[in-house]
Design a protein around this ligand. Structure first.
Ligand SMILES: NC(=O)c1ccc[n+]([C@@H]2O[C@H](COP(=O)([O-])OP(=O)(O)OC[C@H]3O[C@@H](n4cnc5c(N)ncnc54)[C@H](O)[C@@H]3O)[C@@H](O)[C@H]2O)c1
Length: 360
């Protein structure tokens, strides 16, 4: 698959290595407004200077390709992605899909109009352990899922355009966890409450910490605490997850060197427990280690293979632009809930003419 990539500095360089490691993918042109980044990426990708461009339009007019990777900053995505779609390319766009709901909806509309596949790189769900946890939940190993507690802590120093984002943590980082929640629960969020703040140790203008409470369509409640300003013990990028159901719990603590998922199954007959058992502990459970079966190519490698397979089969990717509107709406709902101090119905975000501005 012949690829044009826009945005090759920063995180964009990782896509160049990923494409090189995946069979049947080749960068045929690169685009970046920063010449230094363009030249450096050209060296790595083996793309000569005559196929390095400073505008997407020029690249599209001079080089034939099948797909377009959009790794520009979020505020650029609408322009860059719709230009590539209209030129007939399929697009793999970095999260967040756009900086407003209206822009994201328009990108999905343009993809439909042009009959092109638009996929978003929410790769956190494309790893062994999340795939395994989803199966454990669907197979009912902990009974009826009731609530979920997610904790995330990392010291994230942000630079450039992220320093002036209003909600750098929610829109740039927590969006991965929100997408994972939707994946695990197999449904969308209904309403959200949130509180955000910015500790002195943060180097950004916008808030780097958040407490978010979410109710999902299946009645599951989520308690999310996320901090991008935690110089101490960190949870790793995935965070720490505890799923509680009617017959046990699943604990996912991938910081533990991607060790096993722990499955705690409660086999006691809870209906036999009466008031006199109040101070009697339930039979003590030992977390059964569950080693996730390997899924093969994971993360961004999975993104590339899945995107191409969907293009070939003419089907919509799991994390298509359309699907991702739900992750984006949840993220904007959390931002709005934090800004207004009120409970936000996620459906109001889909209908909103404007969503909260991305920049401070
Ligand atoms: N999926 C992930 O885990 C993950 C991780 C990091 C970043 N990202 C996403 O990747 C995107 C880029 O982030 P980044 O950290 O690389 O940002 P960055 O600012 O470090 O790099 C962006 C690059 O795009 C270039 N650029 C800016 N405007 C452009 C335009 N109009 N046309 C072409 N090039 C342009 C810049 O010169 C720069 O080289 C963001 O959407 C971000 O959220 C995703």
């Amino acid at each position: 698959m012949r690829l044009i990539q826009a945005g090759v500095g920063g995180f964009g360089s990782s896509w160049i290595y990923t494409a090189r490691e995946c069979e049947g993918f080749e960068h045929v042109a690169l685009v970046d407004t920063n010449l230094g980044a363009l030249r450096a990426a050209g060296e790595i990708a083996g793309v000569p200077p005559e196929r390095q461009f400073t505008t997407v339009e020029e690249a599209l007019s001079k080089v034939e390709a099948d797909g377009f990777i959009d790794c520009t900053p979020a505020p650029c995505h609408h322009a860059t992605t719709t230009t590539a779609l209209r030129a007939g390319l399929h697009v793999l766009c970095e999260k967040p899909l756009a900086d407003s709901m209206a822009a994201a909806q328009d990108m999905v509309r343009v993809a439909d109009e042009c009959h092109r596949v638009l996929m978003v790189t929410q790769q956190y769900r494309y790893y062994d352990q999340p795939r395994c946890i989803r199966n454990l939940l669907v197979e009912g190993h902990i009974g009826q899922l009731d609530h979920l507690v997610v904790e995330f802590q990392i010291q994230g120093l942000l630079f450039g355009w992220r320093q002036t984002m209003r909600h750098p943590f929610l829109l740039d980082m927590a969006i991965h966890h929100f997408d994972l929640m939707r994946y695990f629960l197999g449904c969308n969020a209904v309403r959200v409450q949130a509180m955000t703040w910015n500790p002195p140790v943060s180097n950004t203008r916008g808030d780097m910490c958040a407490f978010v409470w979410i109710e999902f369509e299946n009645g599951v409640r989520v308690n999310y605490s996320g901090s991008f300003a935690s110089p101490g013990c960190d949870t790793g990028w995935n965070g720490r997850w505890t799923f509680t159901g009617s017959r046990g719990s699943i604990v996912w603590n991938p910081r533990d060197d991607w060790g096993p998922i722990r499955l705690f199954r409660q086999n006691a007959d809870l209906s036999q427990y009466t008031e006199q058992h109040f101070f009697t502990p339930l039979p003590e459970l030992w977390g059964e280690p569950i080693w996730a079966p390997p899924i093969g190519a994971a993360g961004h490698h999975y993104d590339l293979y899945h995107w191409r397979a969907c293009i070939e089969a003419g089907v919509e990717p799991e994390t298509s632009g359309r699907d991702n509107l739900n992750t984006l709406a949840l993220t904007f709902a959390a931002m709005q809930a934090a800004d207004t101090g009120s409970v936000v119905e996620v459906r109001s975000i889909y209908q909103a003419e404007t969503t909260p501005s991305m920049q401070t």
